[in-house]
Design a protein around this ligand. Structure first.
Ligand code: ZN
Ligand code: ZN
Length: 352
């Protein structure tokens, strides 16, 4: 069953006559189109794809399952003309201005209805082809950690290491990085989204390295916290607390596991053994975007199902001292899980 066919089944559930898809990642997912201007309308019995003259040829090759309409300079107006009945639109991504324009242009009797999350729900369950691309993106990211282990960290600046990661991933066949790498030594690691600095990494510290590659459009996401020499007891204890909680949460990933329970369990484990923990969610889905559904967080709804690919990434952040995060990418299977990330989770010392 094609993705558009699966979407039609969801339209019926939501009592929509059609869905207007304008967010490019969702357009790509449904149609295969990789250009920067395109949209589609899916109804129970029609699939329409619109792009402008620059992409007409590309779209003919990439989007075989849709009927093609060449758009004028005003893509939204052209799309509005195709809508009928109860028409879902992506209210999480359509601007107020675009919505006003759509409302002005739709025909008589068309009702614009919020339809956010319909395509995202499909995207949360990966097929084999998507899993292959994610695995390839994980493999090249694993190799980047092996390279860091070999090259060492002490004496290099965070920014220099971050640049070398980007080069390495691209040289090894990634389309690009899935996000700018985080390389954060010592106290800087206590900021979960630290930007790399022009500061040499000292010996005897922890370094949080969070990186991901994109292959065939699909992302990977991995964090390891590496040591540059021997450490004091407190960071070592914290590392063990995070590692144990991370492993316990990974072992609990399975179809039917309640997303918010996984988050609560890992959080409680870190806090009870180390006294402090992490404020971000335990994990998130990864696919065409590095952050997508399902979320593993205190406020998350729902439970895992086969085909979900999620990160599991608890941490400890001690302001002014250090940060630790360990993040694996895990695929939910019919009878358990498949941990995609391969780099070891025991503390690795890189400048021994
Ligand atoms: Zn990450
Ligand atoms: Zn992540």
């Amino acid at each position: 069953m094609s993705r558009a066919d699966r979407l039609v089944a969801l339209l019926e559930e939501r009592e929509l006559d059609c869905l207007l898809v304008t967010q490019l990642v969702n357009v790509r997912y449904l149609t295969g189109f990789t250009g920067t201007n395109g949209a589609c309308v899916v109804t129970r019995d029609a699939r329409l794809f619109l792009t402008d003259f620059r992409y007409v040829q590309q779209a003919k090759q990439q989007v075989p399952e849709f009927e093609h309409l060449e758009a004028s300079r005003e893509l939204l107006g052209d799309l509005a003309a195709q809508l009928g009945g109860r028409a879902g639109f992506d209210d999480a991504h359509v601007s107020v201005r675009a919505h006003r324009l759509l409302s002005e242009k739709v025909g008589e009797g068309v009702e614009l209805v919020p339809g956010a999350g319909v395509v995202e729900g499909l995207r949360a369950v990966k097929d084999d082809e998507e899993l292959r691309a994610i695995r390839a993106a994980v493999e090249v990211a694993d190799a980047a950690y092996q390279e860091l282990r070999a090259a060492g960290l002490a004496g290099r600046t965070e920014r220099e290491v971050a640049r070398s990661i980007v080069r390495f991933l691209e040289d090894r066949g990634a389309d690009e990085v899935s996000f700018p790498p985080i390389v954060a030594a010592g106290a800087h690691g206590a900021l979960p989204h630290a930007a790399p600095r022009d500061v040499p990494i000292p010996r005897g510290t922890l370094v949080v390295v969070d990186l991901g590659a994109r292959v065939d459009g699909y992302c990977s996401d991995c964090t390891r916290t590496l040591a540059t020499g021997s450490l004091e007891d407190r960071p070592l204890e914290a590392y063990e607390a995070v590692r144990r909680a991370q492993q316990a949460a990974v072992d609990d990933v399975r179809a039917g596991a309640v997303c918010r329970d996984l988050d609560a369990m890992a959080r409680e484990m870190v806090e009870s053994s180390f006294g402090t923990g992490f404020e971000h969610g335990l994990g998130h889905g990864v696919g065409l975007e590095v952050h997508e559904g399902p979320r593993l967080a205190a406020t998350a709804e729902g439970s895992l199902e086969p085909g979900n690919v999620v990160t599991v990434e608890p941490g400890v952040y001690v302001p002014g001292e250090f940060g630790i995060r360990i993040e694996d990418l895990v695929a939910v299977t019919g009878d358990g899980r498949d941990v995609l990330t391969g780099f070891p989770k025991e503390l690795v010392t890189v400048d021994g």
